[in-house]
Design a protein around this ligand. Sequence first.
Ligand code: PGA
Length: 256
Amino acid sequence: MPLKIVAGNWKMNLLFHEAEALIREVIEKSPDNENAPLNIFAVPFPYLNLAQNLTQGTKNFAAAAQNCSSFKSGAYTGEVSASMLASLNIKYCLVGHSERRTIFKENADELVAKMNLLLENHIIPIWCCGESLNERKQNKQFDVIQHQMNTEVFTLTQDLFEKVVIAYEPVWAIGTGLSATAEQAQEIHSFIRKSISKKYSDDTANKTSILYGGSCNVDNSKELFSLKDVDGGLIGGASLKSDSFVKIISTMYELL
Ligand code: PGA
């Protein structure tokens, strides 16, 4: 069975003291035992060491980076390498979030380079994919996601692919309050799992965690997390308040 994961993606939000208070509160109020899901805080770079320190004594919490450089090291002012993340003991990193793809124009080659560098450094990429509103309107969502898989995550060997977590995030649902319906989410998640079966094996597909992201909140998380091929969520806005993030974590916990 795939690992069940609830990951909060803070994006460029919260100040240092707010970050500390939020992580402490979420850990304090959430179930933390061997039956609980894995809960991740994907925080801005300056808070990584803090998040790592606060989560390291827990059973189910971990810190993640939101991005890393596609270069190994050297004269790249402002960049943060995968090996730097590893030196802080970080175990997860988002790759290819739609905001990185659209605002920062990250392309498939860069995303593949990032995933390989992360994996070399024993960091699990949480690889994001998803179609835009226009693509959905033209019923191109399957082609778009298949293309993203073929040119990015499917370039990995089976061994390396098996370490990756996938997040399906329809771009039109991110930050809009308009989540995918249960039917839309299950349809794409099942499509992704079948594609993994075809590319690698049934066993690999059945082990891969496929998270849903895009306006996932307290009200819809139960329905989304109950779907056969949804193994958890990547939560933006609702991860910025302890009450809502704890409720979403507890929803997953109760379903396990
Ligand atoms: P949202 O963001 O939950 O605020 O829609 C999700 C994401 O971008 O990961």
